[in-house]
Design a protein around this ligand. Structure first.
Ligand code: SAH
Length: 235
């Protein structure tokens, strides 16, 4: 009787590990399909962006119930009323930042940590600020578990940027603001690039690319987008 139970336990263990490795392979295949079907045909050509999107496990950055949908062509809920952007939007914003391996990047809106993890593969260091404590804690744990060491997460209102770590070669804001936050523009280095969705909180915003050259700012609207709102900490 006892032997039978031990054998059953063994069989179940083998079965579980077969299922687990099948699921992992399945995610890797889905990730490759995402590159081929969602990113490359829509103009994502930057090799470093594609490499990062092809290696960071997106399924690891979404809640358990969302894992089967991790590679779908849409944003997903990550808790606290927030969302992880659609894969194409992450890749597009990343590509438009024209990153170099020596760059220091500031992100406002850590959320799940996925965008920061993508950036971590492409630049020297990433500084990311999240206003919701519980999301920041989970994101920090994910970086530790994935052995990503060049991402620093700070809890707080990203409106003021991260002055002690400025200037940044690139800044990415992943929440929609009503106006361009001037503290962030100030913390942009010479030749710096910034991506930010700008527009009314109850409407469609424009994804805006800002470039700083010889201390002057140039802005360009790239496309209409929907993003969760950039909120302010109550004083
Ligand atoms: N980049 C994230 C998605 C972010 S969703 C990812 O890859 O998963 C937008 C995030 O911005 C939310 O988590 C929200 O809490 C955060 N946020 C909104 N206003 C903020 C502010 N003023 N400072 C810092 N984070 C803010």
């Amino acid at each position: 009787m006892k032997r039978g139970i031990i054998r059953l336990k063994f069989v179940l263990l083998v079965l579980a590990s077969v299922c687990y490795s099948y699921a992992q392979e399945n995610y890797a295949a889905q990730r490759q399909r995402m590159l081929k079907e969602q990113l490359e045909p829509r103009g994502i050509t930057d090799k470093a962006t594609l490499k990062a999107m092809g290696s960071i496990p997106r399924e690891y950055f979404v809640p358990e119930a969302q894992k089967p949908f991790a590679y779908q062509d849409r944003p997903l809920p990550i808790g606290e009323g927030q969302t992880i952007s659609q894969p194409f939007m992450v890749a597009y914003m990343t590509q438009k930042l024209e990153l170099s391996t020596s760059d220091r990047v500031l992100e406002i809106g850590t959320g799940s940590g996925y965008q920061a993890a993508i950036l971590s593969q492409m630049v020297d260091s990433v500084f990311t600020i999240e206003i919701i404590n519980s999301l920041a804690q989970v994101a920090i744990q994910r970086m530790v578990n994935l052995n990503i060491r060049n991402v620093a997460v700070r809890i707080g209102d990203g409106y003021y940027g991260w002055k002690e770590k400025a200037p940044f070669n690139a800044i990415i804001v992943t929440a929609g603001a009503e106006r361009i936050p001037l503290y962030l523009v100030e913390q942009l280095a010479e030749n710096g690039r910034m991506m930010i969705p700008i527009g009314p909180n109850n409407g469609v915003r424009q994804l805006v690319l800002i470039k700083k050259k010889k201390g002057k700012i140039k802005t360009r609207n790239l496309m209409p987008v929907r993003f969760v709102p950039f909120v302010r900490q109550k004083q």
